[in-house]
Design a binder for this molecule. Structure first.
Ligand SMILES: Nc1ncnc2c1ncn2[C@@H]1O[C@H](COP(=O)(O)OP(=O)(O)OP(=O)(O)O)[C@@H](O)[C@H]1O
Ligand SMILES: [Mg+2]
Length: 404
C-alpha cells in the first residue's frame, strides 16, 4: 500500500528563460501565451504555472512532447535550474528559496539525479563512479568503497567494480548511473529520460529492473519519459505536460479510460488497453448468492432480478466458493434440492482486481465469467468476456460521449 503523504509539493511554479524574466512574468500573469511572450520579450516560458504533489514512495512519470518543459520541471526540483516564481517543498522545506550551500546538501542527501547519457567519469572505475557522491559528502575511503560495492550488488554489477565504464555495455553503464544515485541513500531519484539512450530490449530490462528495485527500496521516483508505453508500464501516476503546463495527472488506467483532451488521446491511441485496464475496474458488481443462507429459490430470484446468466456464490466471509446459473437453479428446484452447494460449480476462474485484462484471456476457456476478488480474497464482481472485449475495443468511444 502506497503512503499518500506528499514528498514533493510544487505550487505555482513558473520558469522563464531569458534576460527579462520579470517583464515576461508580468505578461504571463496578464494572460500572455508562450508565443506572445517570446515575441514581445524574446524570453521562453519553460514552466507555465505548475502545481502538483508527488507522493512518498511513488513512481511518478512526467510525459510530454519535446520542448514541453519536462527537463525544466525536474531540474527545478533539485535546483539545477532556479525557478522564476513559485514554491517547491521537499519534506516541507521550500527548496526554491534555500541558499546554495543547503541546496548542495539536499542534492547529496535527498534528491539524486540519474542522467540520460549516464554522466559517468570515463577515467574512474565503476566503483569510483558510484562512490563519487559519498566522497563529496566526506565519507571515508573504506566506508564508501563498501557502500559502492553493496550498491553495485543491488544492481547486479559487483563483479565489475574495478573496470572502467568503457568496458561496460550501455545498459550496464546506466545501472552504474543508477547505483551512483542509490549509493547516496537519497529518498528521491530524479531520472530524466534515463533509459532513452538504450536499445529497446535493454530498455525493457531496465524498466523491469527499476520496478524490482522500487519494490525493495520504496524511493520517491520522478521519471521523465516521452514514451507512453514506458510511462504506462512503470508509472504509479503520470503527468502529461504541454507548453510548460500540466494537461492531466492520473494513474495509467485513468489516462487510458478518461483522457482529458485530444492531446492525451493522441498519446494513447496506439496503446493496448488490455495491458493497462484492470479487471477490477470493469467488474460487474452484482450482489452474490450467500452459501448456507440463500435457498435455490432465493438465488433464482436474485439472478432474475439482476438479469444475469451467472452468479457468484460466496461464503460467510465474502469469498467466492462457486458459480451458479439459472438452469442449474431451476433443476435444483424441480428436484427439490434445498442446498445451493449441490448445484454450484466449484471449479471456476478467479482473478485479483488489480490484474490486467490481458491476464483474463486464458481464463475464459471454461465458458464462465471470471470472478474478481480483492487483495483479501473477497468477492468484488464478475467480468464477462463480452465486457472485456467491449472495454478493449472502445478506445475510440472513450471520452467521446459528447462528440455527436
Ligand atoms: N537554457 C535555456 N534557454 C532558453 N530556453 C530554454 C533553455 N532550456 C530549455 N529551454 C526551452 O524551454 C522549453 C522547455 O524545455 P525542456 O528542455 O524543459 O523540454 P523537454 O520537455 O525536456 O524536451 P525534450 O523532450 O526535448 O527533452 C523549450 O521550449 C526549450 O527550448
Ligand atoms: Mg528534456
Amino acid at each position: 500500500m502506497k503512503n499518500p503523504e506528499p514528498k514533493i509539493v510544487i505550487e505555482h511554479l513558473i520558469k522563464i528563460y531569458g534576460d527579462k524574466p520579470h517583464g515576461a512574468l508580468k505578461l504571463f500573469r496578464s494572460g500572455g501565451t508562450r508565443e506572445s511572450i517570446l515575441k514581445e520579450t524574446g524570453n521562453v516560458l519553460g514552466i507555465a504555472d505548475v502545481s502538483m504533489n508527488i507522493n512518498q514512495q511513488e513512481l511518478f512519470v512526467i510525459m510530454g512532447l519535446s520542448g514541453s518543459g519536462k527537463s525544466t520541471l525536474v531540474r527545478c526540483i533539485n535546483r539545477l535550474i532556479n525557478p522564476t516564481s513559485g514554491h517547491i517543498y521537499i519534506d516541507g522545506e521550500d527548496i526554491a528559496h534555500v541558499n546554495e550551500q543547503r541546496m548542495r546538501e539536499i542534492r547529496l542527501t535527498k534528491a539524486s539525479m540519474v542522467f540520460q547519457k549516464f554522466g559517468l567519469f570515463p577515467h574512474r572505475t565503476v566503483a569510483q563512479n558510484v562512490e563519487y557522491g559519498l566522497k563529496v559528502k566526506g565519507i571515508d575511503k573504506d566506508e564508501r568503497r563498501q557502500k559502492a560495492l553493496d550498491t553495485l550488488k543491488i544492481v547486479g554489477l559487483d563483479q565489475w567494480a574495478d573496470y572502467l565504464p568503457s568496458s561496460l555495455s550501455g545498459g550496464m553503464q546506466q545501472r552504474v548511473g543508477l547505483a551512483r544515485a542509490l549509493a547516496t541513500d537519497a529518498d528521491i531519484l530524479l531520472m530524466d529520460e534515463a533509459f532513452s539512450a538504450l536499445d529497446p530490449l535493454i530498455r525493457r530490462e531496465m524498466q523491469d529492473e527499476l520496478l524490482r528495485l522500487q519494490k525493495e527500496l520504496h524511493k520517491t521516483i520522478v521519471f521523465i519519459s516521452h514514451d507512453i508505453q514506458e510511462a504506462l508500464k512503470i508509472g504509479d501516476r503520470i503527468a502529461v505536460m504541454k507548453d510548460g503546463a500540466i494537461v492531466q495527472i492520473g494513474t495509467p488506467e485513468e489516462m487510458i479510460t478518461q483522457p482529458a483532451d485530444e492531446y492525451i488521446r493522441a498519446f494513447i491511441q496506439d496503446v493496448n488497453r488490455a495491458q493497462v485496464v484492470t479487471a477490477g475496474s470493469i467488474a460487474r458488481q452484482t450482489i452474490p448468492v450467500i452459501l448456507d443462507q440463500d435457498s435455490p429459490s432465493e438465488a433464482l430470484g436474485k439472478i432474475s432480478e439482476h438479469v444475469v446468466e451467472h452468479m457468484c456464490v460466496v461464503n460467510a466471509q465474502g469469498s467466492p466458493v462457486g458459480i451458479i446459473n439459472k438452469q442449474s437453479l431451476e433443476s435444483a428446484l424441480a428436484q427439490e434440492k434445498s442446498d445451493i452447494s449441490q448445484v454450484m460449480q466449484t471449479d471456476f476462474p478467479q482473478i485479483k482486481a488489480n490484474k490486467r485484462l490481458e491476464d483474463t484471456f486464458p481464463l475464459y476457456q471454461q465458458g464462465l465469467p471470471v470472478t474478481v476478488v480483492d487483495g483479501a480474497g473477497k468477492f468484488q464482481g464478475l467480468v464477462e468476456l463480452a465486457d472485456v472485449l467491449a472495454s478493449i475495443g472502445n478506445a475510440d468511444n472513450c471520452g467521446h460521449q459528447n462528440d455527436d
